[in-house]
Ligand binder design. Structure first.
Ligand code: AMP
Ligand code: MG
Length: 495
């Protein structure tokens, strides 16, 4: 087939808006090919979004382009520079050490453009000690979690596909190599701003801020105090994002400032995890010995990261008071959003001051005997005004049944107070409390099969997780408590 016969070749029409920033912001380069690439998985939703058909993904060009083995004629690939604070310490220059931006593509429905990045596409000038590669294991985790988070309604970068190769990449042991194609309106990070601030380049700092405002916060263009407003908007989005994570028991694992999206998206999936048995001190990244990024720390870390961004924007904003004003929105928006989500999770419509205590008591009960986070909320929807055998699905989850029964009495009184309707409440609660989440052990099962070139489990999990609130009774086993061996799984930064 000649290049012009290829449908996918003709469908893709890259532009590269980021490249307009000019050379100090990136290095242009080609991805490094991988050996005999093959398609591991593709997201039907993202294929549709970019108007790529099921036939087109079967064309050899699809795999060639999204493995980085062939550069599309319209693409001008590049790696961006950024810096950041890692584990609270200034790390200096980082950058796209293994991600290569192919450019941006138009979305079919809105014509909005989203950037397309190949993660694991080879070394760049920012690779430092790294090899520029990603392994199949971490690529499957990023692919599935991106799409699962979107299914949960949580702002996130998305994943279009994974291509794999039998070529090995060395980690703690040799692992199969893969490239994950991910997409977002922009991958600009807090660390992109810190880069120019700490390298004392005010002109570039301003250019980047103007670029972000022009393309992603156009409502702030030509307004007074636009840089302060930019900070405020990012602060609010970040606070709401973290509140959303807390509400589903998601832990990012490496909340360094270079992993913080300027658009408030969940970005750079590494050693993330969803809570199984509830433990607020849980650390999902076993390299995080201090627990800086534990579940309970995430809200404070989100705020810390916003402070780091504020510092970087200070030369543009002009005075400390104005940055403080912008930062002051964090706590308020975190609390408001968290409590809104919690009210929904408990099925309540009215807002009563005692609710905070009611929620905290339930979470304490869950924590005291490590009740499964997801099931404790999903099964709560089965509680009706009158105690009955319906309660058992919930009661079976708690070791402290007497404690739960006392709490349930209070909960029922609270439901009476707002004349809550059992049927309607259950429907509402099941739309916010997921039945299916990407538990580590489920990802692990899909990875182990994929290592053997059986990609069916990835496809199945994707299908389940993009609809996490739907009952899907044929997949009930995916909504069960994790097996005992799941507790032994550990996830490190190695990816
Ligand atoms: P992360 O904590 O995964 O977000 O990565 C932190 C920094 O290390 C970023 O600049 C990454 O691009 C870079 N990095 C991570 N893994 C690799 C790798 N295998 N090769 C090159 N750079 C990497
Ligand atoms: Mg990163």
């Amino acid at each position: 087939m000649s290049q012009s016969d290829s449908q996918v070749q003709n469908t893709l029409n890259f532009q590269n808006c980021f490249a307009k920033l000019g050379s100090p912001f990136f290095t242009t380069l080609h991805p490094s090919p991988i050996k005999s690439p093959y398609l591991v998985a593709a997201s039907p939703a993202m294929l549709r979004a970019f108007n790529i058909s099921d036939e087109q993904i079967k064309e050899p060009e699809f795999v060639e382009i999204f493995s980085g083995n062939r550069v599309h004629s319209s693409s001008c690939p590049l790696a961006a520079v950024y810096s950041g604070h890692q584990f609270g310490i200034w790390a200096g220059q980082l950058g796209d050490g293994r991600a290569i931006l192919l450019g941006d593509l138009a979305l079919r429905q809105t014509n909005e453009r989203h950037e397309i990045q190949l993660k694991g596409a080879g070394m760049t000038p920012y690779s430092r000690m790294g090899d520029g590669r990603a392994v199949l294991r971490s690529s499957v985790r990023e692919f599935l979690c991106s799409e699962a988070m979107a299914g949960l309604g949580i702002p996130t970068s998305r994943a279009l596909c994974i291509t794999g190769s039998d070529q090995y990449t060395m980690r703690e042991m040799p692992e199969k190599t893969a490239v994950v194609t991910r997409t977002a309106p922009s991958f600009i990070r807090f660390g992109s701003f810190e880069h120019w601030y700490y390298h004392e380049k005010p002109a570039q700092l301003q250019q980047l801020a103007d670029f972000v405002i022009q393309h992603y916060y156009p409502q702030l263009q030509n307004t007074e105090h636009s840089y302060q407003s930019l900070l405020k908007h990012v602060v609010i989005k970040t606070a709401q994002l973290v509140a959303h994570w807390q509400s589903v028991g998601f832990m990012h694992g490496v909340l360094n400032t270079d992993n913080m999206s300027i658009l408030g998206l969940t970005l750079d999936y590494g050693p993330f995890g969803f809570m199984d048995g509830f433990d607020p001190t849980h650390i999902c990244n076993h390299s995080d010995s201090q627990g800086r990024y534990s579940y309970q720390m995430q809200p404070r870390i989100g705020q810390w990261n916003c402070h780091a961004l504020a510092q970087a924007l200070l030369p543009l904003i002009g005075d400390v008071e104005s940055t403080q004003e912008a930062l002051s929105h964090y706590v308020e928006h975190y609390e408001v959003h968290y409590h809104k989500l919690m009210r929904q999770k408990f099925g309540l419509l009215d807002q009563i001051p005692d609710d905070d205590e009611l929620f905290a008591e339930y979470l304490d009960l869950m924590a005291s005997t490590r009740t499964d986070f997801t099931l404790a909320f999903r099964n709560l929807s089965q509680i009706k005004h009158q105690p009955s055998t319906n309660d058992n699905a919930l009661r079976d989850l708690f070791l402290d049944r007497a404690g739960l029964d006392i709490w349930l009495e209070r909960y029922r009184l609270r439901l009476q107070q707002e004349n809550s309707n059992d049927v309607e409440r259950q429907l509402r609660m099941n739309q916010v409390n997921p039945k299916y989440i990407l538990r580590n052990y489920l990802a692990q099962q899909a990875i182990e099969k994929a290592e053997q070139k059986d990609f069916s489990e990835i496809e199945k999990l994707l299908k389940i997780l993009v609809n996490p609130f739907a009952d899907q009774p044929e997949f009930d086993q995916y909504a069960q408590l994790p097996p005992d061996w799941a507790g032994q799984l550990s996830v490190s930064c190695s990816s």
